[in-house]
Design a protein around this ligand. Sequence first.
Ligand code: ATP
Ligand code: MG
Ligand code: MG
Ligand code: MG
Length: 447
Amino acid sequence: MGSAVRRWRVPAAPRAGRLLLLSRLFQPLNLQAGGEAEGEPSCRSQRLMLQAGLIHPSSPGCFHYLPPAVRAMEKLVKVVDEEMREVSGQKLSMPSLSPAELWRASGRWERMGTELFRLRDRHGKSYCLGPTHEEVVTELVAAQSNLSHKQLPLRLYQVSRKFRDEPKPRFGLLRGREFYMKDMYTFDASEEAARRTYDEVCGAYCRLLGRLGLPFVKVQAAAGNIGGSMSHEFQLPADIGEDRLVLCPEGHFAANVETLNGEQTSCPTCGEKLTQRRGIEVGHTFYLGTKYSSVSNAVFYSPENKPQLAEMGCYGLGITRILAASIEVLSTEDSIRWPSLIAPYQLCFIPPKRGSREEEEEGAALLERVYDDVAEVLPHLAGDSVLDDRTQLTIGKRLKDANKLGYPFVVIAGKRVCEDPPVFEVWNQNSGAGVHPHVHEAVPGRD
Ligand code: ATP
Ligand code: MG
Ligand code: MG
Ligand code: MG
């Protein structure tokens, strides 16, 4: 390479507007953060997310989601959108300010008690900040006076902030007072059709959690104050989970504890001893029947042109809870591990330390070339990379941070970059596998 080597310089602007410089990223690392706010116990995901500059506490149960966290969340929402499209979901957005009349009509203005954030407008009219949207969406559909059976099934969903005055907000994003939920509401012409919808949406949830590589169980659940006759939860087994699960070792049976009769200890199907575990509820599905459509008179017109109440289902998925729960179950005590699909950045480039003259020149120039190469061959990956330009720090120190932050891939221009041919280290942090001589052999999407 010799004299042809270009001098290393940190690009004045991100290369091609895509390579992000770590020194410019608003991601305040706070490696001492313990996550113990006001004497509350913390958990692994809360601690790691605070340390890694992903979240910043604002008030109990309310957090700033910092840029890398928003990036992860947007990726998660993209995957959720894909799965919702698979089941013909149509995305909309409903107001967060929800008029009290709707909640009074369903009886939940009273029943939700102190969990509802209530407020009034300047005219004295009462509202709540939506904790969920059954009433609101049913009223929307009821307002369509000519809904035909031909338009069913209708499957509407949104991704929005939800507000619940949780008595004990804790564990960071796992239990917030303001959090993101994906909520789908479905309208069908018959009970049979609604049950088909129910199975399809449950299938979408299983696929989604599978694609994220999360170990989950689907369990029978109590319907709580949302109501309805059939309900399942999607749970990630974890010691800090707030729900108790009862599981059959053969997978025949899985419930929440409260749905069990008395002290049932063996599986009703195979008689195997039931085991108990704790779990984090990440999703919840309900078959609602006409519980809400009968309140708002949400009807459709049958083939005989008769108005009939729509059969409904509702399907919640905790977006911010899934972010935190993924970190909770996949990470080690010290290092974040993401589902690859939602890692904020796929790749971190680590150029040589400033002042290590020979490597600096050779390594940096080569790394630029590697980057250009990646950009050409795998544009999606290059646009999903950061460059750790904190070159005043040793490679070791920056690698330690990269390990904590959990980029799926790290490309390092270390000492061996001056060899002929130059050797880069490429780490696959999820598998822990290391040292590949060429970036092409290790980056995802390459044969
Ligand atoms: P939990 O039992 O944990 O209080 P929930 O049963 O009250 O949850 P649902 O009404 O079923 O919650 O809402 C659907 C999904 O929204 C939940 O499965 C969960 O993933 C998410 N969720 C609910 N409450 C919170 C919260 N306080 N913070 C973050 N996510 C939440
Ligand atoms: Mg709750
Ligand atoms: Mg629950
Ligand atoms: Mg629930």
